[in-house]
Structures are given as C-alpha cells and as structure tokens.
Design a protein around this ligand. Structure first.
Ligand SMILES: C[S@@+](CC[C@H](N)C(=O)[O-])C[C@H]1O[C@@H](n2cnc3c(N)ncnc32)[C@H](O)[C@@H]1O
Length: 369
C-alpha cells in the first residue's frame, strides 16, 4: 500500500513535470521527448525513481526479467566472448552500458578480473547505480562509474537490453502522408493524448505500410552506436537485445509498431497511462543500428540469435556441469519460444579487421541485416 502510494505520488509529480514541458514546447512534445522524461526524468522517471525494475518475480517488486537475472550462465558464457575480445584487442577495460541491477557485472567479473584494469559502468539512473555498487562491492575499485565516455576507448563495450530502453520517434501513416506522433495534455482521467504533425521523417521501408500504421525510428540508439564508433580506437562492442532486421521490423504485418510497457511482469501497449510506473520499450532495428555503426567507422563482425551466440560461447558445456534447476533456467535463454530467437546479439569491431568473434562462429546472420 505504502509503495503504491509512493508510486502514485511520483507518477502525479512526473505528469505535472511532463505537462510543464509540453506547455513550454508550445503544447506538443515529440514522443521521443515524452519517452525520455517518462523513463529518465531525474528523481521521477521510471528508471530514476528507485523502482526495483528488473528481477525474477513480481513479488520482489520488479517489473520484468532480463537474461542476467534469469541465469548466471548468461554472464558466464558472455564473459568467454569478452575475454577473447580483450585478448584480440589488447585492451584492458570493459564498459557496460545500462547495467540494471549489476547482475551481469557480478556474473562476469570473476572470470574477467585478472585481465582488466577497469570495469566501467555507464548508467543514467542514480538509484540503479547504487544497486550496481552493492552487487559488485566485492570487486572493489575494479568497478567504477563514468558520466562521460573517454575520448579514446581500447577494450570491450557490452550492453544487455540497453538499446531497447532508448527513446524512439513515433510515426503514423494515414494512407497518404506520414506524421510524427507527439503527446499533448488532455482533460479528464487520462493526462495525455496523441497528436500528429506532418514530418519529413520516414521509416526505412515506408512503401509497405497500410493506412493507419504506426511505427518507430531509432535515431537515439543509432546516434549512440555512432558515438561509440567515434570514441573506439581499437576494440569490440557487443549488444544483446530483442529486435529484428529492417525487412522484418518494417513489415506490413507489424503495422502497430513495437512499443510496449512492462509492469509487474505483465505487458501492455498503453504508453500514455501510469506514466513513470511502468517501463516503455521498443524493439531494436538491428539493420539501422548496424548501418549507423558502419557509417561511423565500426565493422559489423557478427549478428546472430541469442541462442546461437550462447552455444558458440560454450553455454552447453556450462549447463552440463550445472544443477537441473540451473539448467532449466538457462534453457529459457535458449528456447526458441522464450529468449533464444527473439533476442539477437550484434558485434562491432574497430581496428581489428581479421578478428572473428567466437560467439558468431556458427550461424552468423549478417547477410540478413
Ligand atoms: C532494460 S534495462 C536493462 C538492465 C540490465 N542491462 C539487464 O539486462 O538487466 C535498461 C538499462 O539501460 C539504462 N540506460 C538506458 N539508456 C542508457 C544510456 N544512454 N546510457 C546508459 N544507460 C542507459 C537504464 O537506466 C537501465 O539500467
């Protein structure tokens, strides 16, 4: 009850803050700006207000589960890839973006600690930074938190489910023209409503959409990958997330887009309700991300399903040595109908033209991007 009251008052304060931003912008806010505030507004946004966010069960107060929360074998398999990438690049630093509860760092650090000088976390959320500090306490000064990217990076970047948490532009097609969908203040029970404006923005495959379609573009995630490419001197960047190549993403059958909310381990598409007390995400357009990286100087060194990637990294062998229960948990990372197929892994390299990362040795799907 107490937590619910807290959540309700945070949400009320956030609605007022977003309302003020809408007024200051002349009455209309692009959806990307609304999503940024709903998730990251200091002290009030979903990721910034101290909610538990990730965890295995709703009883713990969490809203959704991620791979490192589901099974420690995720981090142990990924650590094999990172260890190999550090060796190939000669780097001695790992940067994790959007580290959530710190579970992935804690799973990988026992394997990586002898090889690295720093495990640097870049995290927008102040309360999550505190949880990460707790989860990695035993590794002492090896783990640090950065507010800005170093000018030159040599080493390995990793991010699990961070690209899907970046604000997206929302587009709507009325059968003849494209509009950018934004948010306005509303009267009555619901505080916000949609409002469309003409736009020059287009999805990459604009031709295939039926009238009434809604979809997203990912300028922020693409800009993020491009910035990394510019800062990376020599190294590897790995991102794991749910999503598809462009021809599947911008497909007539997906004409309602991919925006989704998560709360208490349930999903719903109503992004304008319960603002700040549920997560908002969009699937990743891996083709867009790959092209953005490539244009900014990265090579795309691999793209495959999470299941393929983890098998290539030896998760099968780790499972053989695990308890039955641990095996069953790890199987959820691999099963096609669970996380094995919807989740993908993409690898970028810079300054390593000959390097073929272990995780893509079999089943590389770059040709599908
Ligand atoms: C869906 S959660 C995933 C958490 C964790 N990686 C996991 O797998 O459990 C998204 C995380 O990304 C963070 N985040 C989003 N955008 C970010 C950015 N531009 N830089 C750093 N962290 C970001 C959020 O604060 C949050 O920790």
């Amino acid at each position: 009850m107490h937590a619910d009251n807290d959540a309700a008052s945070v949400s009320t304060a956030l609605v007022a803050r977003i309302g003020a931003a809408i007024a200051a912008a002349g009455g209309w806010l692009p959806f990307s700006a609304f999503m940024a505030m709903a998730l990251y507004e200091p002290g009030l946004g979903y990721y910034a207000s101290g909610r538990l966010v990730v965890g295995r069960m709703p009883e713990t107060g969490s809203d959704f589960v991620t791979a490192p929360e589901l099974s420690p074998l995720f981090g142990r398999a990924l650590a094999r890839q990172i260890d190999e990438a550090l060796e190939a690049s000669g780097g001695d630093e790992v940067w994790e973006f959007g580290a959530g509860s710190g579970a992935l760092a804690a799973e990988m650090l026992p394997a990586l600690r002898g090889r690295i000088r720093h495990y640097s976390i870049v995290e927008l959320s102040a309360p999550l930074r505190e949880r990460q500090r707790e989860a990695t306490r035993e590794f002492g000064d090896l783990v640090r938190w950065l507010d800005v990217l170093p000018e030159r990076m040599n080493g390995v970047v990793v991010g699990n489910e961070v690209l899907d948490a970046m604000p997206v532009d929302l587009l709507h097609f009325d059968g003849a023209s494209w509009f950018e969908r934004g948010v306005v203040r509303a009267e009555g029970e619901r505080p916000f409503a949609w409002s469309d404006r003409p736009t020059a923005l287009r999805p990459p495959h604009a031709a295939s959409f039926p009238a009434g379609a809604t979809t997203e573009t990912h300028r922020q995630a693409e800009g993020f990958v491009a910035t990394l490419a510019e800062h990376m001197e020599r190294g590897v960047a790995l991102f794991v997330d749910y999503g598809f190549p462009e021809n599947e993403y911008y497909h007539p059958q997906r004409s309602e887009g991919t925006l989704m909310c998560h709360r208490e381990h349930r999903s719903d598409p109503d992004v304008l309700a319960d603002v700040g007390i549920k997560d908002i995400t969009a699937h990743v357009d891996f083709t867009g991300v790959a092209l953005a990286g490539q244009d900014a100087g990265f090579d795309v060194a691999g793209y495959t399903s999470q299941a393929r990637f983890l098998f290539n990294c030896g998760i099968g062998e780790l499972m053989e040595r695990a308890s039955l229960r641990a095996r069953a948990e790890a199987a959820m990372l691999l099963n096609e109908h669970e996380m094995g197929e919807l989740f993908k892994v993409i690898a970028f390299t810079k300054g390593l033209p000959e390097y073929a990362p272990l995780g893509f040795a079999a089943g590389d799907r770059r040709h599908r991007l």
